[in-house]
Each structure stands twice: as C-alpha cells, then as structure tokens.
Design a protein around this ligand. Structure first.
Ligand SMILES: Cc1ncc(CO)c(N)n1
Length: 229
C-alpha cells in the first residue's frame, strides 16, 4: 500500500467526522446561516493566501524544473480557480467578496496556518507535502460525498461549490501531491516518514476544526480592534 493511502486510512475517522460536520451537512442541504458563510470565507481567503506562501516555500526547496512548474501551476489554481467556490458562498450570503478580504485569522485558522508554515520552513519536503495534502484531499472527498448523496441540480444554492470540489481539477491537485509524497516516502526511513505522518494527521484535525470554527463563528476572546482615527 502506498504511503499516502496508509495516511488516508489512518485519518479515516477524521474524514468521516468531516462529512458529518453540521457545516458540511448544511452545504448539502443548502441551509447555512449567512454569518457562518461569511465567517468561513473571511478566514478561508486569508488561509489560501498562506497556502500560496507555502507553495512559494516549496519552490524555494525545489531542485528541479518539474517541481517548480508544478508548484507554480498550483499557485495559479488558487488565484484563478478557487475564487469560484468563494464567490458562490458570497452570492448565497448576499455579500460582496471584496468586503470579506483582509481580516485577521480566527484562532483555529491561525493555528492551522502556523502549523503549515512552520512545517514547510523547518521540515523536509515530505513533511511539507504531508501538511498540505489534507487541504485538497478532504475537499475532494467532501465534493464527491455531497455529489453522490445529494445529487445537486444547478438550482441547488451550493451547486457550484460542490461541483467545483468534486471536479477533475481538485482531483489532479490531490493525485499529484500524493504522487510526490509517495515518491519521497520511498527514499527515506521510518523516522522521517513518521514526522510526515504527524504533520498529515494534524492538518486533518485542523481541517475538521476549520469547519467547526466557521459554524460556531469562533473568534478571539477579546475584541481589541480600535476604531481608525
Ligand atoms: C481550510 C481549507 N481547506 C481546504 C481547502 C481546499 O482548497 C480550502 N479552501 N480551505
């Protein structure tokens, strides 16, 4: 069994928990509070900015053109394609996407970004890939899960969100990251692989928490934002 498939099996209870999370269930039912959609998009916009930063770190760690081109291409995916699912949620919430950009990350998203950035900076290429992988992989499976169970038609409020993540593009991001991780795993020992495993599992846990953060409108305990003078 490939290394990435072993990781997927280990994380199975987390994936199942994500499919049943009320935010994900709400995406399927087409029934989510406007505030939760806004909270999610605000945090996710900044989260994806951090993801681009990390692809940049991956380019810095790359030693061949193929890897450099791969990470460059994935930056393009976030910049040009992943805005569509956000736009879908903004339309349903009745807000302007531009008004949701530039907000500080709530605690859970901040934790997730710190985990990915520190792993990318201090860890091996394998740890970096393992920390990134739950992002496309959980969304790909959420997309398929909702597609199969709900079979949304184009009138479903979250049709675009669901079909975007169930599509080939998200599939290929996941497949290619897995392939790179599996190639890496064949060249290293158990200790190295265990570090990558831990980075993967933590990102899966934080994916779950990201939905929870959005659903419960998690914020920092004290609001110290001062009025502009
Ligand atoms: C938190 C999070 N995880 C995964 C994805 C999918 O790219 C996303 N947009 N946001």
């Amino acid at each position: 069994m490939s290394f990435s498939l072993q990781l997927r099996k280990e994380a199975d209870t987390i994936f199942e928990g994500i499919f049943k999370h009320p935010f994900v269930v709400g995406l399927g039912k087409g029934d989510l509070k406007k505030e939760a959609l806004i909270h999610y998009v605000k945090a996710d916009f900044e989260y994806l900015n951090a993801f681009i930063n990390i692809y940049g770190l991956a380019i810095a760690k790359s030693s061949n053109r193929e890897d450099m081109a791969y990470f460059q291409d994935k930056i393009g995916f976030i910049l040009n394609s992943e805005i569509h699912p956000h736009n879908n949620l903004c339309q349903v919430a009745g807000v302007d996407y531009d008004d949701l950009k530039g907000f500080p990350l709530p605690p859970t998203a901040d934790h997730y970004v710190s985990h990915m950035k520190s792993t990318a900076q201090q860890g091996s290429m394998g740890e970096l890939l393992a920390a990134l992988l739950p992002c496309p992989w959980t969304y790909l499976e959420i997309g398929h899960y909702l597609q199969d169970t709900i079979k949304p038609d184009p009138n479903h409020p979250f049709y675009e969100w669901i079909t975007f993540y169930a599509k080939e593009e998200t599939d290929s991001v996941t497949t290619e990251l897995r392939r790179k991780l599996d190639q890496w795993a064949e060249t290293v020992g158990e200790t190295e692989k265990d570090k990558a495993r831990q980075a993967f599992i933590k990102s899966c846990q934080l994916e779950y928490n990201f939905w929870e953060m959005s659903y419960t409108l998690e914020e920092w305990p004290f609001n110290l934002v001062t009025e502009e003078v």
